[in-house]
Design a protein around this ligand. Structure first.
Ligand SMILES: Cc1cc2nc3c(=O)[nH]c(=O)nc-3n(C[C@H](O)[C@H](O)[C@H](O)COP(=O)(O)OP(=O)(O)OC[C@H]3O[C@@H](n4cnc5c(N)ncnc54)[C@H](O)[C@@H]3O)c2cc1C
Length: 435
């Protein structure tokens, strides 16, 4: 019998499996996709990674811890003296995140601000916003820019690759093309049915401990063990576009303009509907391919298996293109519609909880009794990537029955991400997530 089984090899499952393997645990990771990660919430090569927050903010904590964990993973992988050294820069780009608020929003957030963080960001409004950051603001707007190393982007696909390498080197096992089709509890062990997607063969696995990190498929996976999960986690369709400036136009930009485009990404604007953009990659001409979308534009999903292939709606692409153009105007770079090329547009999925706070927790069975041999890491919404290794670390501690770090902030984070039965009935305010 395997000791610990992890279901799902996205950012969360790979992180928790690595944290278990690192400690010498016998871990088996099951992933329904092949080796190439093709669809799931962790798809792509960039996610905004930011750490500013109010006093004792758990989201800053998970970001900072993830940076440390990535450092230690890189150190471990380099011990074998690989031909190509692993680097932090393979995972993180430092390009400090900008936030745009109305003055009222800023005033509300400022009250919660962690004073000691003052040196960690700069802020401007009016003319000084253009002098400092090269961004033209409306009179009622404020721009805040982080001033920290590894504030910028984190690369999910590259991190998943390195985590898998680490798991393998530590003796953990990964089984690809293996879909878990049922999960039930029998006496003191779990019994799982798996289907090999390639051979169509089924198999029964018995295991003492399970970590569920199946992203958008979590609810379906837990339908027998914890059917109430469909009220706790809801997958939502979100749409992202990758744009680039048409080659001809990009060539005509001055070096200063090109520099200002790079410096102004990633951005997270809270004016009207939330809008974000960040550099996904740089194309062969040196021109940035920019991923853009709206964090709050989320739609319900009829069929989770086909959502990835649905054509994006024209209306959605239009809205994002408009925001994209508007942001360039704020940089005093004026683009005609035809000068903004859609490279790619696709649907992705956020798994959200009611209050948008992720879950890393032991869960109750269908009869309401808490089972310490199962951990759920899910409902990561639009904030999972930057803190993935911290969620994995907390999840590993929970499944091993360890107390975790003896600090106030660890306890605060473990509590914030815990106990779905409470989450079911309460709605916490969204404090502290804006910054
Ligand atoms: C468009 C978009 C933008 C985002 N932007 C940001 C951002 O800027 N900053 C940030 O921090 N976060 C961001 N996020 C959130 C972050 O990317 C997610 O929280 C994170 O990737 C979730 O990882 P996961 O492992 O939970 O899910 P997934 O990556 O979906 O992993 C789940 C895995 O489980 C597998 N699986 C499912 N069911 C089964 C089964 N039955 N058997 C076997 N395997 C199974 C799936 O194939 C998949 O590989 C964004 C997310 C999206 C969608």
């Amino acid at each position: 019998m395997e000791k610990i089984l992890v279901i799902g090899g996205g950012l969360m499952g790979s992180s928790v499996a690595w944290k278990l393997a690192e400690q010498g645990e016998k871990v088996l990771l099951l992933e329904q996709q092949g080796k190439k990660y093709r669809n799931g919430s962790s798809l792509g090569s960039a996610r905004i990674s930011r750490s500013l927050g109010p006093k004792k903010d758990v989201f800053s904590f998970v970001h900072n811890r993830t940076v440390k964990e990535v450092e230690s993973l890189i150190h471990f992988l380099n011990k074998d003296k690989p031909a190509k050294k692993h680097k932090m820069e393979d995972i993180y780009s430092t390009s400090p995140v900008s936030y745009i608020y109305t003055r009222d929003q800023y005033a509300a957030i400022n009250k919660l601000r962690y004073k000691k963080q003052r040196r960690d960001y700069r802020r401007a409004s009016g003319n000084s916003a253009f002098r400092k950051f090269g961004v033209t603001l409306e009179p009622n707007q404020v721009l805040v820019r982080e001033n920290r190393k590894y504030s910028g982007t984190i690369n999910p696909v590259e991190l998943i690759k390195k985590l898998r390498l680490g798991i393998d080197k530590k003796g953990g096992k990964i089984s690809f093309n293996t879909k878990v089709t049922s999960l039930i509890k029998k006496d003191d062990f779990f019994e799982l049915e798996t289907l090999n997607i390639k051979t169509n063969k089924t198999k029964t696995i018995q295991v003492k401990k399970v970590v569920v990190a199946a992203g958008a498929y979590t609810v379906a996976l837990l339908k027998d063990f914890a059917p109430y999960m469909n009220r706790v986690i809801t997958p939502k369709r979100v749409f992202v576009s990758h744009f680039k400036i048409a080659d001809e136009r990009y060539k005509r930009l001055s070096e200063a303009e090109k520099k200002s485009i790079l410096a102004a990404q990633p951005v997270f604007s809270q004016i009207g509907k939330e809008y974000f953009s960040l550099i996904e990659k740089i194309d062969k001409n040196g021109s940035p391919i920019i991923k853009a979308g709206g964090h709050q534009i989320r739609r319900n999903i009829i069929d989770i298996n086909t959502v990835w292939d649905i054509e994006p709606r024209k209306k959605e692409v239009k809205w994002i293109r408009k925001q994209f153009r508007k942001y360039f105007e704020m940089l005093e770079i004026y683009l005609k519609k035809k000068e903004i090329k859609l490279v790619e547009g696709y649907n992705c999925v956020y798994s959200e909880t009611r209050n948008q706070v992720p879950l890393v927790t032991n869960i109750q069975n269908r009869y309401g009794s808490l089972d310490r041999n199962i951990v759920l890491i899910g409902g990561m919404s639009g904030v999972g990537a930057k803190g993935c290794l911290a969620y994995g670390w907390i999840g590993a501690n929970l499944i091993l029955g360890k107390q975790g770090e003896d600090t106030k902030i660890y306890r605060k984070a473990a509590k914030a991400f815990g106990n779905p039965s409470v989450r079911l009935y309460t709605r916490r305010p969204r404090r502290g997530r804006l910054f």
